[in-house]
Design a protein around this ligand. Sequence first.
Ligand SMILES: C[S@@+](CC[C@H](N)C(=O)[O-])C[C@H]1O[C@@H](n2cnc3c(N)ncnc32)[C@H](O)[C@@H]1O
Length: 294
Amino acid sequence: MPGHRVESDDGWTTVTSSGKRRGRRAPKVSSNGSKRNVSSASAIAVNVVDEKRAQRTVDAIRRHIVLFDGPCKRMLTTIKEAVAPRCVQQIVCFGLGSMTASDSRNVHSRLQLALLITMARTWDVAAPSLCAYDPVFTATDKRVLDTFGIATLEGNNEGKYPAREEEDGITLFYMPHCDKWLYSNLLWANWNARSMRRIVIIGNSFEAYVGALGKKASPNDCVRLVQPYAVEKELRASFSPQDERDRPKDAAAAKLAFSDTSVISFPGSSVDRAQDAGLFKCRPDEKTLGIKTC
Ligand SMILES: C[S@@+](CC[C@H](N)C(=O)[O-])C[C@H]1O[C@@H](n2cnc3c(N)ncnc32)[C@H](O)[C@@H]1O
């Protein structure tokens, strides 16, 4: 049945059925920029703008993906070196941010997502072993993630996610620009030698964190406790001078999207040292910090 379209300021389009229902109360259309659109038996809400935004985001991410096979290829090599000789069996991504948000930060989330997709393809990791969570994800973000075969985790585990049990495989925790407490919670959830050997983290430099903290760190800060046993490699988006001239916008955005980012791993010998030093005998107190968004 043909419908009548009412376009609101926030881009929501309400399609009301014509004919029989004429004379009934008009369906409410949100006008305050929020996504509260009231549906009723007489109204079918179709978010046309959201659909277009999702498609534009998918297209932009596809354009970004080629960077990791071109100017930023070195980044993937760095990650592979940190993982070798093992392979990645699971990729868990925290703190990506909203890649469909209409502010300038979404370009970083999109670039970071493009690398996530590239890594998943490299090791052939698929959902449910390929998953992401950020409390700011919208339905449109989840749709974009789904398009690329990435599952969205339900519920906020505050980063307390244990690594997979398989002997040879790595769980790669991809946490670009997360707050320190989230890395600390992740380490807390993997506070034993077996798990520590099986995780690789891509995130902010632990060395830089510890350097900045000095003696102020809390005794329960897992980042500070494990940092002496971690091996870090800087993950820099370094474009060649020619690539930088050809793609100045991409180069500038990628530098910021991966600023202060490292691949952090715990090789067997380092974990043995940590164990000998009694690091895992006593697990720090658990922290429950609630949702923090930036
Ligand atoms: C500093 S922002 C980084 C956003 C994006 N990756 C970037 O580089 O612009 C930290 C992100 O962590 C997310 N975050 C907060 N609590 C979280 C949780 N419990 N699990 C996963 N992500 C969380 C925030 O919502 C936010 O998007």
